[in-house]
Design a protein around this ligand. Sequence first.
Ligand code: DGT
Ligand code: CA
Ligand code: CA
Ligand code: ZN
Length: 572
Amino acid sequence: MDNARIADTFDHIADLLEFTGANPFRVRAYRNGARTIRDLSEPAAAILADENRSLTDIDGIGKDLADKIAALVAGEKLPLLEELTAQVPESVLALMRIPGVGPKKAAALYKELGVKTLDELRAACEAGKVRGLKGFGAKTEQAILAGLSVAEQSTVRMLWADADIEAQRVLAHLRGAQGVKQLEMAGSYRRGRDTVGDLDVLAVADDPEALMDRFATIADLETVIGRGDTKMSVRLSTGVQIDLRVVPPQSFGAALVYFTGSKDHNIVLRSLAKKEGLKINEYGVFRGEKYVAGRTEKEVYDTLGLPVFPPELREARREFDWAAAGALPVLVEERDIQGDLHMHTHATDGRASIEDMVAAAKKRGLKYIAITDHSKRVSMANGLDAKRALAQWKQIDRLNAEADDGFLVLKGIECDILERGGMDLPDDVLAQADWVVASVHYGQNQPRAQITERILGALEDPHVHAIAHPTGRLLNRRMAYEVDLEAVYAAARKHHKLLELNANPKRLDLDDTACAAAKERGIPIVINTDAHSTEGLGVMRYGILQARRAGLTQHDVANARPWAKLKKLLHK
Ligand code: DGT
Ligand code: CA
Ligand code: CA
Ligand code: ZN
């Protein structure tokens, strides 16, 4: 069992324990264990296999957890998990995963109202029964209803980052078949959508049967949903569905265009083709019955006098206008990024030291970073008060003074925007930072006007430089809070502030359409990783994908320039 699955198992145990009303310390031990294992930089199995090392050497892993990890790695079942599973009805598990519910509230709903299923939960909310429970209230009831809608969608769409792991595995596996000439992932995965419904693979192969036989041997296969002469669909045990299509070489480009989509992009293509007296489908471009093109995407787009659109732009948003004007943007790339301006260290809820983060950032080719630990309001993460922030910045001053390679560490902070409005740290402290990102972490259920006011207040604050994860969404888990983004754009523009595209694959916030709107209004976007470990710096690419979908160029991305130039974007 790999680290991610071990961590999921521990999280699951914690949920079940919490549901059954177990000791909170025991619950927390499993949650912390899950986090530790998830962030481990090597497989737990490797540590177990090394007789000179022990899992208990890792902070937060005691004997009990270590034994359970060993059992899981050995493929054994955990008696504790079996026991808990027997106590908790299956359908109740789905209740706990509703954004805004969680194990404790699920237990109350189950015990007090007898709610066992999502349908019963919706009915109870709609009947106004939930608001009467201790610790719930009308607002919670509203939040649960909203969460139910998120949950209904989230059962089918995976995060792009998770889809990527499966996509790479599928491609690697299929490449092992004899006579594969071309292989490409299409669909929403190729377009870089923040979430992906299913994977669509296209292939050219000498022997389609051999390729499909190979497909049937992929690890974690649950069922073959269907198989024909040139098409096969499977479902993996993770629930991921994959469609494979084998096409003749002269159709590969046409099929790639067709199955990359989006559907709306294809509709525009077909109507443009019609105007030229052409017909375009997944087999090729035709004039009457005569095949004219289809071997490559370029051949297909050439027949319509169009450029080969980067897949990220194929959403029938602006791409055809841009092409008509000969002004297709040159999209930002990860190698354009010079700095990363949002990350945490072990001073708060990160796992690495400043020095570790600097070394990892240099390895990634960055020229500067900002250390932005949490401010004190985030007590759960041991947020910094004024004294600790100032001490950390002194340490950064020393690091910069010792540096001989021009790498710059900025004195930063992720300062909370308080529930009542205003910043979590005093002006004279913030004034000493090089870089301040402001965030809403608490009071996310406040009314739209109130949350908007808080964010506008931060944008007006002369010490704040950017708003982090401006809508607070967590994909598949929590919807964006209510906020008037038009007002936020207007204030950001007026006060020369930046808006973040948080690259964490669970956030991707601002999303692609909001980034495009910000660009139109002249607001630079800063793409940050919000890393909580050295590995966390690797999520930059997910942010880049969304920036590309927004049509952002190198110029539109603030941190695709040296710090000295970025500073000029900011009004001091
Ligand atoms: P997903 O899987 O929901 O994240 O989104 P897609 O875009 O991957 O959609 P999917 O898997 O249903 O189909 C893949 C592509 O195939 C889609 O982007 C465009 C093309 N396609 C599928 N069905 C149709 C259709 O009825 N008409 C047209 N024009 N294209 C289609
Ligand atoms: Ca798809
Ligand atoms: Ca599909
Ligand atoms: Zn952060």
